[in-house]
Design a binder for this molecule. Structure first.
Ligand SMILES: Cc1cc2nc3c(=O)[nH]c(=O)nc-3n(C[C@H](O)[C@H](O)[C@H](O)COP(=O)(O)O)c2cc1C
Length: 206
């Protein structure tokens, strides 16, 4: 990967909201990003439950299935194993400066807030925080406990962006896809990636 390539780390963890993650992946690849994708074991269960999408355990087989589903350029996607410690995302010397965890479980929030670095997603997030990069957590849980809120507060104070998976309704969504696009549009906005997924507030002509 050249240092001029646009690169980003994306992690799917085991919170509800697999459609957000898949749509975000599709948009990042369409925006010509090199995507390092991390998928937790629980995220695979959620993908199977919510999307009826069974991802094989191996990284090459998982990548092949994602490329087939999204019709994307295989050279742009790298699927990393959860203990692939030699992945570029595991070191500040090579990791992309931007990372999104979408959807993000309360368990992963807790691990990241305490610097656990026990799997590649937690380590990659730890790297982005220590390198003062941009980390977005699309957290999904309801209600939030005091533990969840304290962990998110701690991360927010370090500059991590907490973006609850809480789509608005003011764009008058007609479908689940519209709700998904609302969230993905806000994520892309924060990453500085041009998008036209939903009309902007005040510009819709309504
Ligand atoms: C179908 C399904 C939905 C889940 N939804 C949530 C959720 O919305 N939020 C959450 O924090 N955990 C949720 N969980 C539980 C997490 O998957 C579990 O805590 C897991 O250990 C998280 O691990 P991970 O962060 O490494 O993926 C869900 C689990 C399953 C199987």
């Amino acid at each position: 990967m050249s240092k001029h390539t646009k690169a980003i780390t994306l992690a799917f963890t085991g919170a509800s909201g697999a459609p957000y993650g898949l749509r975000l992946l599709e948009c990042l690849l369409a925006a010509d990003y090199q995507v390092f994708l991390l998928i937790s074991s629980a995220a695979r269960v959620v993908l199977a439950t919510e999307e009826e999408f069974q991802l094989p355990a191996g990284t090459d087989a998982a990548k092949a299935k994602l490329v087939e589903r999204l019709g994307c350029d295989p050279d742009k996607l790298t699927v990393c194993g959860k203990e692939e410690w030699f992945s570029p995302v595991a070191s500040g010397s090579a990791a992309p400066k931007q990372m999104v965890i979408c959807p993000c479980s309360a368990g992963s929030v807790a691990a990241i807030a305490h610097g656990m670095s026990d799997n590649l997603t937690e380590r990659a997030a730890d790297v982005v925080i220590k390198e003062r990069g941009q980390l977005l957590l699309v957290v999904r849980e309801t209600p939030f406990s005091t533990i969840h809120l304290e962990n998110m507060h701690k991360l927010s104070q370090m500059g991590v962006t907490i973006m609850p998976a809480a789509p608005g309704f003011y764009h008058q969504p007609q479908s689940i896809d519209d709700l998904v696009d609302f969230m993905v549009a806000r994520i892309l906005d924060h990453l500085g990636i041009e998008q036209g997924l939903v009309p902007r507030w005040g510009y819709s002509g309504k």
